[in-house]
Design a protein around this ligand. Sequence first.
Ligand code: PCA
Length: 199
Amino acid sequence: MRLLITAFEPFGNCEINPSYELLKSLPDSIEGVTIEKQLLPVSFNNSFAILENRIRNTEYDAIIMLGQYGGSEHIRLEMAGHNIISTKKPDNDGNTPLPKPIANNADYGYFTSFDLWHIADKLKSKSCVVEISESAGGYVCNFIYFSCLHYIKEHDLSTKALFVHLPFIKEQQKEPSLTLDEEYKTIITLLNIIIEEEK
Ligand code: PCA
């Protein structure tokens, strides 16, 4: 099984991005499956270009994308990527695109092909603080999620992709927050569930 995990660098007024802290702490393999890792810039112009380069060269079975979602108490399993950029926050290149579709002549959005209800139930049964979210927002995380799902659809790939948004971690001294250990435990449990079912 080929598995790719991505995370984002810090952005805005944050010096830490929990997704990157998590990526750095993940093991190199789980149950014999190599965990391939990719850090992405918080950039509308460059983030998907980097991911696309990886997925053009390797047909992954699963891609799990991680990002920060300040203000949430829960780890959010994102149901869908929407075909829109809508933000007032500049990205790390200083770009604040006007609201517009990500891809012209494409669907309004795509759902993940993972069974999120089943995954969320399993995670909750192991005391992980997760919820299913209907929207990944209008910023770079939604951009990468939609772009990835669109690529999978356009290229008729069997790759399953999921975006997971993480609350602040305690080190950021912002609330609400979880500990890095709690987020780590949830992501490791998620990866174990996916590996178990896809193997
Ligand atoms: N969160 C942002 C982009 C990078 C990240 O970690 C978002 O929710 O769009």
